[in-house]
Write a protein that binds this ligand. Sequence first.
Ligand SMILES: [Zn+2]
Length: 166
Amino acid sequence: MNTLSITLIETAPATSGGHHHPEISFDLRIDGEPHPGFAGLSIDPGAFVESHDDGEFFVATCGCGVPDCAGVFDGVTVIHDATHVHWKIPEPYALADGALQPEPMTYAEFSFNADEYHQQLAGVVAALQGVAQREEAGEQFSIEANAGISAFRILKWGLGGTTASR
Ligand SMILES: [Zn+2]
């Protein structure tokens, strides 16, 4: 059994040069630590929210939002059963320039308590709703990984509500 947590990080805007809006990113930890295979990548909260269903999700992606750009060609395989949510993360997750995925592929495997997983999903949805409300009130943000684009789309389509209510 493993634990997973994902939290919103808000960085204050630079006072001179650089970005002038708060930066929003997400910090994902497995067993309390960032996953080593995700180092240097950005967490896409929209992809995480979509993982309330089984499938393959690019939970960690390039800072620009395009997984291929960071050498990520296979996402995290997510499988739900009655009590647990199972993750298979390819190793390596991001391939170095010109490197080929080893054959057969190898994976790091994790199993999370399903209730705790759904709490994390609901927490991300709530965090994004908070950002969306502040945006509607006129605040502007820089959001890592184009993460906001898929996340806000999900919020607008109401998928988040499905997640929060399980
Ligand atoms: Zn990129």
